[in-house]
Design a protein around this ligand. Structure first.
Ligand code: NAI
Length: 433
């Protein structure tokens, strides 16, 4: 169960004096006396609304190992060998980096925006994930380099170009998997903020209160034209296009390269809040950008696609509270039918069955790759709809799998991972090598 107010607990691995000295040195920015001398403590989940403010380094590392193991078990994939992943530390981007590296033996460069540990404050999960990824990639003899910074900025783009030129020459695949709440435009300095709102008219529907597990009625007022524009500026395709144009201009994008961004469609019941709302407008822009990029890359044999993925519990999707009711119902239906997938299964299937199967890449009537086939299967959606209509606070458990949701949520932060002893001290200030 989620513990909502538990604190980080200093374990027995270090006494109070040692911890104070270490903390003091950290504050003054002194290097530790020796590399083994890092903060260790018991770390527990600390959940605030839809975010967990702590992360468990050993749990995150185990998550990475489990995903690598899944990919290895399913055999090699004949994919590109030099891959850039933008948004590489969690969710779909992380899974893309893992499948590229451990499925296709690719050298990878990952870009993300995460926080390292500071004193007793743990790093973010994406930081620990990336540290563990780097360790595993090196063990496997694979090149990997990580950039922690704002992917929207010209500065990070320039650093990545330099690294590609120096270490890889060029990249043959670019995955764009950012999910960000805000963006500062690199040319104008304008600040944009994304919102999740319907457009045109208010959306009145039932939703799940994740604090009390009650079904509540929620009315969300429509977003303004300004909010729509700002959400498109954050989550649309402008920055993706900027990345591709920069890589092309600098000569570090190989001919016949492939670029991909992820989108979501969903069923009718979530349309007003997602696909027909501000976020949907951003996805429309992302999909239009895919067509534009495809046209510019095709003359040299390159391709650009959007891939429509399944709804999954990730840090980005957990931040959309109105989606939670749909998610807990969907989880129950898909698990009962044995067709549920996590990020790694989704991306592995994308690579193996769609992108690198040796056949032409299958797309829908709008040119999109579809990995939401199981989520949108008629029998799955028919049951989801029935549950959606029948569910109340009283009969909640009959129609929703809240423990699966909680488990998926906590695992994002390295908690409830099988094989991890959460009563033991764990390293907190883990470096990304
Ligand atoms: P996530 O929250 O797990 O990952 C987001 C990534 O973006 C992280 O690596 C984060 O560090 C990075 N990031 C955020 N702001 C950044 C910045 N300014 N600079 C550099 N890196 C930054 O998100 P998730 O769910 O994997 O989403 C990725 C894409 O997949 C999004 O476009 C999302 O709309 C799409 N998608 C997600 C679905 C879901 O249910 N989770 C379903 C279908 C598509």
């Amino acid at each position: 169960m989620i513990q909502r107010s538990s604190k980080l607990i200093a374990g027995n691995g270090q006494n109070v004096l040692e911890r104070s000295l270490l903390k003091f040195r950290n504050v003054l920015n002194f290097a530790p006396f020796n590399p083994g001398e890092r903060f260790r403590m018991i770390v527990r989940p600390k959940v605030r609304g839809f975010i967990c403010t702590t992360a468990h380094s050993a749990g995150c590392a185990q998550n990475i190992k489990d995903q690598i193991e899944y990919v290895r078990r399913h055999g090699p994939i004949n994919g590109p060998k030099r891959v850039l992943v933008i948004g590489a530390s969690t969710g779909y981007g992380l899974a893309s980096r893992i499948v590229s590296a451990f499925g296709s033996g690719a050298s990878t460069i990952g870009v993300f925006f995460e926080k390292p540990a500071e004193g007793e404050r743990t790093a973010t999960a994406g930081w620990y994930n990336s540290a563990a990824f780097e360790v595993e990639a090196r063990k496997a003899g694979l090149y990997s380099k990580s950039f922690n910074g704002d992917a929207f900025s010209d500065q990070i783009k320039a650093q990545v170009v330099q690294a590609i030129r120096k270490d890889l020459g060029q990249v043959d695949m670019v995955i764009y998997s950012l999910a960000a709440p805000r963006r500062v435009h690199p040319k104008t300095g304008e600040r944009f903020k994304g919102v999740v709102k319907p457009l045109g008219k208010a959306f009145k529907n039932r939703a799940l209160d994740l604090e009390t597990f009650e079904i509540i009625d929620v009315t969300t007022e429509p977003g303004t034209e300004e909010e729509r524009k700002q959400t498109v500026a954050v989550m649309g395709g402008e920055d993706w296009e900027m990345w591709i144009e920069t890589l092309k201009k600098e000569g570090v994008l190989a001919d016949k390269s492939l670029t991909l961004a992820y989108s979501y469609l969903g069923p009718d019941i979530t349309f007003p809040i997602y696909r027909q709302g501000t976020l949907g407008a951003a996805k429309d822009h992302l999909e239009a950008t895919a067509h534009k990029l495809d046209e510019t890359l095709r003359p040299k044999g390159g391709r650009a696609f959007v891939s429509v993925q399944k709804a999954l519990v990730t840090q980005a999707s957990a931040a959309i509270p109105l989606m939670a009711l749909y998610m807990v119902i969907l989880l129950k239906v898909m698990r009962q039918k044995g067709v549920d997938e996590h990020c790694i299964q989704q991306i592995h299937r994308l690579y193996q069955d769609r992108l690198f199967s040796g056949r032409e890449i299958p797309v829908d009537e709008k040119g999109r790759i579809r990995l939401d086939d199981l989520e949108l299967r008629n029998d799955v959606q028919a049951e989801v709809k029935q549950s959606w209509e029948a569910i109340t606070t009283e009969n909640f458990k009959d129609y929703a799998d809240i423990s699966a949701y909680q488990n998926d949520f906590l695992r994002l932060f390295g908690f409830e991972v099988p094989g991890i002893d959460y009563e033991k001290d764990v390293e907190v200030d883990v470096p990304i090598p």
